[in-house]
Design a binder for this molecule. Structure first.
Ligand code: 13P
Length: 262
């Protein structure tokens, strides 16, 4: 399978946004846009990652959309199962609420909440063993890019997880390359830079797993309606993980539409 035959993914990471009424409005508007002009599921997978407290409400609200829209958790516990772990939500609890997708290793978790490689591995192990599908985020800082070690950092983050992913579980992984300096800054990696990193990630994945050619590699970092067409045109960019622009129904729709035409 060449990378261009991978069905693209467009996932909105809402982060710690928005308030309930705005979330409701956002989903209603997005469903209406899809009603006016369909984006067929086979052309593009679409997902939204609301806050934990909104997950099941949003999932229920998406049920009558005219196509599948996945509800994605933004994080999960490094502890599995159930038990006396105040404040935590495990992979099994997500699965029990029919949440089938989770983001792991987002740079905001790594940088602000202490998710080091060991924690990320534990979360990934739990998610995959509970049959969740994982969007695994990788990306370098500006300093690392300027030092010329961006590739090394990103490939290390991929290698970090190789020991916990069983052969058949690679099918349940999507990679999101999100250069930290491009997140929420308005600075997008140039399509050429993003494409170059995606090629390296693909090469790395192929060395680790026979499934490597089939894994979707998304780009994230200031993706907007205005740059989506150009990013979607890059052969090895198989979709987008969208922050800020996913909070606007029209922008998110346009981004999904751009990738659906890939
Ligand atoms: P922005 O699109 O706001 O830069 O955020 C990207 C991101 O972190 C998605 O996970």
């Amino acid at each position: 399978m060449s990378s261009s035959t991978i069905t693209p993914w467009v996932v909105g990471n809402w982060k710690m946004n928005p308030m309930q009424a705005d979330a409701f409005q956002l989903i209603e508007e997005f469903k209406q846009l899809l009603q006016q002009q369909e984006i067929p599921s086979e052309r593009c997978h679409i997902g939204v990652a609301p806050t934990l407290i909104a997950l099941t409400n949003i999932q229920a609200q998406l049920k009558d959309a005219n196509r599948t829209i996945f509800t994605v958790a933004q994080d999960l516990s490094k502890v599995s199962g159930t038990g006396a772990y105040t404040g935590e939500v495990s992979a099994e609890l997500l699965r029990d609420s029919q949440i089938a997708f989770v983001l792991i290793g987002h740079s905001e978790r790594r940088e602000l909440f202490g998710d080091d490689a060991e924690t990320v591995k534990a979360k990934l192990h739990n998610a995959l063993n509970a049959d969740l599908k994982v969007i695994y985020c990788v990306g370098e800082s500006l300093e690392q890019r300027e030092q010329g070690v961006a590739e090394q950092v990103v490939l290390q983050q991929i290698c970090d997880i190789a020991s916990v992913v069983k052969t058949e579980q690679w099918q349940n992984i999507v990679i999101a390359y999100e250069p930290i300096w491009a997140i929420g800054t308005g600075k997008t990696a140039s399509p050429a830079d993003a494409q170059a990193m995606h090629v390296k990630i693909r090469e790395g994945l192929k060395q680790i797993t026979t499934w490597g050619a089939n894994i979707a590699i998304l780009y994230g970092g200031s993706v907007k309606a205005e740059n989506a067409v150009e990013l979607a045109a890059c052969p090895d960019i198989n979709g987008a993980l969208v922050g800020g622009a996913s909070l606007n129904a029209q922008s998110f729709y346009q981004i999904a539409s751009a990738f659906a035409q890939k």
